[in-house]
Write a protein that binds this ligand. Structure first.
Ligand SMILES: [Zn+2]
Length: 206
């Protein structure tokens, strides 16, 4: 990792502002993280209870692999920090983003009985890393929501092992998680998946 914590925090705050402007992080919802160093693991994590449209770089916290604060100017890391850490470990991700959009919330419930959403035939799929054709079939798993974060992190770890090529997943009636090798790629993945979910939702509506 060549970027300093300050550079990473500045990048996360900028992405938070952009996602908030799109209505995907309303009312302090959602959270963002990026890897600061791998050994020992440290990630920059958004704080709990802060309006993501107003998030300032100095509010980002540095946490270790157990979600304990090791840097930053106080505050409490997001309740979902354990989920971010699990995704970083399972996928080798450099950044993890989590949004609460209207469409991801609706579709995470509508398709919950199927265990996921099959997204196929859209040109926008090519924005996902490694996807070369619109004929790609992306399976977006749906996991039942929970407030028990250690248990939910275990469930997500098992799900990520089962779906090794998934670029994201949904928590039912809760939101979307996606990630990338770096923050730019994670942001691209969130934008692509949010677009595809809205396209599916609006099509069903018509
Ligand atoms: Zn959430």
């Amino acid at each position: 990792m060549s970027d300093s914590f300050e550079e990473i925090a500045t990048g996360l705050a900028a992405v938070a502002k952009g996602l908030h402007a799109r209505g995907w992080l309303l009312g302090t919802s959602g959270n963002l993280s990026a890897v600061v160093q791998r050994e020992p693991l440290q990630i920059a994590m958004s704080p709990s209870g802060v309006d993501k449209g107003e998030l300032r770089p100095e509010q980002l916290l540095s946490i270790d692999e157990h979600a304990r604060i090791v840097g930053g100017q106080g505050g409490k890391p997001s309740d979902e920090s354990l989920l971010h850490l699990r995704i970083v470990k399972e996928r080798g991700a450099g950044a993890v983003l989590h949004t609460h959009s209207i469409w991801n919330t609706i579709l995470s419930d509508l398709y919950a009985a199927d265990g996921g959403i099959k997204i196929e035939g859209y040109e926008m799929l090519k924005g996902l890393q490694g996807v070369r054709t619109h004929q790609h079939a992306e399976w977006l798993p749906i996991v039942e929501n929970s407030q028990d974060m250690p248990a939910l992190a275990e469930t997500i770890g098992a799900m990520l092992n089962e779906h090794k090529v998934a670029h994201g997943f949904l928590l039912r009636r809760h939101g979307l998680y996606s990630w990338g090798e770096n923050l730019a790629q994670a942001k691209r993945h969130i934008e692509i998946i949010e677009f595809l979910l809205e396209a599916i939702g609006r099509t069903r509506n018509i």
